[in-house]
Write a protein that binds this ligand. Structure first.
Ligand SMILES: *[C@@H]1O[C@H](CO)[C@@H](O)[C@H](O)[C@H]1NC(C)=O
Ligand SMILES: *[C@@H]1O[C@H](CO)[C@@H](O)[C@H](O)[C@H]1NC(C)=O
Ligand SMILES: *[C@@H]1O[C@H](CO)[C@@H](O)[C@H](O)[C@H]1NC(C)=O
Ligand SMILES: *[C@@H]1O[C@H](CO)[C@@H](O)[C@H](O)[C@H]1NC(C)=O
Ligand SMILES: *[C@@H]1O[C@H](CO)[C@@H](O)[C@H](O)[C@H]1NC(C)=O
Ligand SMILES: *[C@@H]1O[C@H](CO)[C@@H](O)[C@H](O)[C@H]1NC(C)=O
Ligand SMILES: *[C@@H]1O[C@H](CO)[C@@H](O)[C@H](O)[C@H]1NC(C)=O
Length: 463
């Protein structure tokens, strides 16, 4: 259970978001008390990590500034953004990177990216800098820019793949020529206050740190060169900074009980309920309904959960040595196509995945001893695009799992996942007392209840 306990750290970032879990009432259960006191102990001992994902504990986005040459009044740096997160990508409209200059630096020019504003360059006569702002805001260029404005790994509209899905696409880079700056590694001042939107909020960046200079090999690998100076900035993601509400929910069904356990009502907050679109209404077929908005505001199909994404887990078949699950992901946002989507599930039987049909699958093993988490993603050119809400707006797969004789059971909701993430955001599961039960099995579901206990406990301690 080490997993669930550590999750609670991520709630530290924004304690109010605990109301996510509609579970104040389970706190009154007497049986919780002993568990609670144990967890208190555990929480007290935990380091204060603001953004921490237990399923991807080292996940981060690292920015690396390599000074490749000194100039008369500054330097030229190659800036590389590496997404080391296993399953969280930066989707369209892409990243926005900001920082604050330590002194009065200006940007003479950029290759492979641009600042959104030039700022006040009136002091400069003749040559005018690309940007004179103290807080430059940088965005990637779109693909198809002229060749002389390109830089390696640039010009992807700021879209960066997740490391676990596409390591080659998980890098974005540009070159910046900085003036009115230090011209040696003794006088150069590191930029501060880095901010990263990916594309929305959620990332927190640490300070720049000087690290050993990057070593480059010549193409024939016979000569090494190195950057004149290198510094790194690490940014980590917290879902609770990204949004107050979850952005996806999970529903369940099984062959052994005809009850379908729906997503919790208002799982993603019901604030969009006023402008939602009924799927059978005329509006749903109007022209332009799928046009994305600049601010990426969703236009959702009306549902009781009001989530842009629903993940359905159906326990489909029971064989002697195997069992089979069907997974379906449905998009309810008319204004969003999810390219390169990812789905992460945690379930103890994922240590014995025998076959995954029509999705790609990769086990995630952040803790060597525990192999209970895996990542599903679409097959390239087949179903790696989850289309906008409507008849095409879903992707599906089936998974064949080999039973482990010691642990396998359909009782107590064991066959359902412990955690589900879509595109790196954790999805809200239904309350445990609503899971489809095996006829005649006791109505207890120890694992999810325990998870809830942790959240509730945390709730009590942050108020
Ligand atoms: C960032 O991720 C990389 C790759 O997983 C890891 O080696 C590095 O330690 C991480 N950095 C931090 C500061 O967590
Ligand atoms: C700096 O960032 C790069 C990724 O761009 C990474 O490979 C390197 O290990 C980092 N260095 C340190 C000391 O974190
Ligand atoms: C600065 O450069 C000198 C050599 O030019 C080197 O000895 C020193 O370690 C460098 N300092 C840093 C902080 O990179
Ligand atoms: C930069 O960040 C520091 C620490 O968060 C803050 O004190 C300072 O005011 C910031 N500077 C600006 C101009 O935003
Ligand atoms: C989604 O992709 C389809 C096909 O490429 C396109 O016609 C549609 O406009 C896209 N929808 C959105 C919301 O971008
Ligand atoms: C984890 O389980 C998968 C099957 O689900 C298997 O292919 C993989 O080798 C396992 N990894 C480890 C480290 O046990
Ligand atoms: C099916 O599961 C529900 C709980 O979701 C339960 O109330 C019901 O009794 C179960 N049906 C049977 C036939 O056991």
């Amino acid at each position: 259970m080490g997993f669930d306990q550590s999750t609670t750290t991520s709630y530290k970032a924004l304690p109010t978001s605990i109301s996510y879990y509609p579970c104040r009432k389970c706190c009154s259960l007497l049986e919780m008390k002993s568990i609670c006191s144990l967890i208190v102990l555990f929480l007290v001992m935990l380091p204060n990590a603001a953004a921490y994902d237990p399923l991807d504990p080292t996940g981060n986005i690292t920015l690396k500034w390599d000074i490749v040459s000194w100039t008369a009044d500054g330097y030229v740096a190659a800036v590389t953004m590496s997404n080391f997160q296993m399953y969280r990508s930066i989707m369209s409209p892409g990243w926005t990177l900001g920082w604050q200059w330590a002194k009065k630096e200006v940007i003479w020019s950029m290759v492979g990216a641009q600042t959104t504003e030039q700022g006040d360059c009136s002091k400069f006569k003749g040559n005018v800098p690309h940007c004179c702002k103290r807080n430059p805001i940088v965005v990637d260029l779109l693909s198809g820019v002229p060749y002389n404005q390109q830089f390696s790994n640039c010009c992807k509209g700021g879209v960066v793949s997740a490391w676990g899905q596409d390591p080659i696409g998980s890098v974005s880079a540009f070159q910046v020529s900085v003036g009115v700056a230090g011209t040696s590694n003794k006088t150069v001042k590191l930029p501060t206050n880095f901010t990263l939107l990916g594309p929305g909020p959620g990332y927190t960046c640490g300070p720049a740190k000087v690290v050993p200079s990057t070593v480059y090999f010549t193409p024939d690998h016979r000569r090494k060169t190195q950057a004149l100076m290198t510094w790194n900035v690490t940014c980590t993601y917290s879902q609770f900074l990204a949004s107050r509400n979850p952005s996806c929910c999970v529903s369940f069904s099984s062959f052994y009980n005809e009850t379908i356990t729906p997503c919790p009502t208002c799982a993603c907050g019901c604030q969009n309920k006023k402008n939602c679109v009924m799927s059978d209404s005329k509006q749903a077929h109007k022209k332009g309904i799928n046009t994305p908005r600049k601010d990426n505001a969703p236009l959702l199909q009306c549902t009781h959960h009001m989530c842009p994404i629903r993940v359905h887990w159906h326990v489909k078949l029971n064989y002697k040595d195997y069992w089979r699950v069907k997974i379906a992901v449905t998009n309810f946002n008319y204004r969003m196509n999810y390219t390169q989507w990812t789905l992460v599930a945690q379930h103890p039987n994922l240590n014995a995945v025998t076959q995954v049909f029509s999705f790609d699958y990769k086990p995630l093993v952040p803790y060597e001893a525990i192999n209970d988490t895996g990542m599903f993603y679409g097959m390239k050119y087949y179903n790696d695009l989850l289309m906008e809400a409507g008849p095409q707006g879903n992707v599906q797969s089936e998974v064949l799992l080999r039973k482990n004789k010691d642990t396998f059971t359909f009782k107590h909701g064991w066959a359902f996942p412990r955690k589900v993430y879509f595109n790196g955001d954790e999805c809200l599961l239904p309350p445990p007392d609503t899971y489809p039960f095996l006829p005649n099995s006791a109505h207890v579901n120890p694992i999810p209840i325990l998870t809830m206990a942790f959240s509730v406990l945390f709730f009590m301690f942050t108020i």
